[in-house]
Ligand binder design. Structure first.
Ligand code: CIR
Length: 264
């Protein structure tokens, strides 16, 4: 069995938010995010990634795709190759084609999924020994099985699981804290997908905080959930809180704004 490092990164791709993010998909409409504030959150995020030791390439905004800042949903990337995904929301179909030239330029191998089924990168959690793919309203069985086959070509094992009902993405409810530990909501941790790993459960009411992001020595957590952030800091993690107030209005958190990998 191969075991891969999964919290160590030296490169990331992000995309500048489009002003059309006001029309981004959302499960509950609490009003459009303010564009200037989204830009501020995104700039702080990029700076934080760079400070954590990552070289960040920022792609141009795509006004035709309101959710295109959430590049995580378009691809799965590793040092030895990338997989172009098939985002499952119709307004996002074109985002994979838009990022394709960048991935061709940056990765030695680019695998494309067959034109059947859908997978959003937000439903994919990369663990050291396997890759969990959560079935959801965005990721279907055909897409998940195609991704398992694509992962096998990169020497990795995919395992199809289920995103909790009513949760947008599998990773809306979990994140890796380190190579042995997952942060998860109670509803996800009880599903038994994290065999062999320690699980830290976010406090009731802090569910969105589970979409944290570990980059090298730093753990990024939403500043809207200080209880979670303080608990993780007390556990010894180097926690940096980042604002997600505006992007949360279009159901987004911290992992979705970047593709991350270790090239060297
Ligand atoms: C969507 O519904 O597709 C966007 N408004 C939010 C995507 C968030 N992506 C992610 O968590 N990976």
């Amino acid at each position: 069995m191969s075991v891969f490092a999964v919290t160590s990164f030296d490169n990331a791709i992000v995309r500048r938010p489009a002003s059309s993010i006001a029309n981004g998909l959302r499960s509950v409409d609490v009003g459009p995010p303010n564009y200037e504030d989204v830009l501020r959150e995104h700039e702080a995020y990029c700076l934080a990634l760079r400070t954590a030791g990552v070289a960040v390439e920022e792609l141009d905004a795509l006004e035709d795709f309101p959710d295109s800042v959430f590049v995580e949903d378009t691809a799965l990337v590793f040092g030895d190759g990338a997989i172009l995904l098939r985002p499952g929301a119709s307004s996002r179909f074109g985002e994979a084609a838009a990022i394709r030239p960048t991935l061709e330029r940056r990765f030695p191998t680019l695998i494309e999924l067959p034109a059947a089924g859908f997978v959003d990168g937000g439903d994919v959690l990369v663990l050291p020994d396997r890759v969990l793919i959560g079935l959801s309203a965005r990721t279907d069985q055909a897409g998940a099985e195609a991704l398992v086959a694509a992962l096998a070509r990169l020497g990795r094992k995919g395992e199809v699981v289920r995103t909790p009902l009513g949760v947008l993405h599998f990773k809306s409810d979990c994140a890796l804290l380190d190579e042995e530990t997952v942060l998860a909501t109670a509803r996800l941790s009880s599903a038994g997908f994290f065999d062999g790993l320690d699980v830290v459960v976010v406090p009731d009411g802090d569910e969105p905080a589970a979409n944290a992001l570990r980059i090298n020595d730093t753990l990024f957590v939403s500043d809207a959930y200080p209880r979670t952030a303080e608990g993780l800091a007390a556990d010894g993690f180097h926690v940096i809180s980042l604002s997600t107030r505006e992007i949360a209005k279009v159901d987004a958190g911290l992992s979705c704004m970047s593709l991350r990998w270790r090239a060297g």
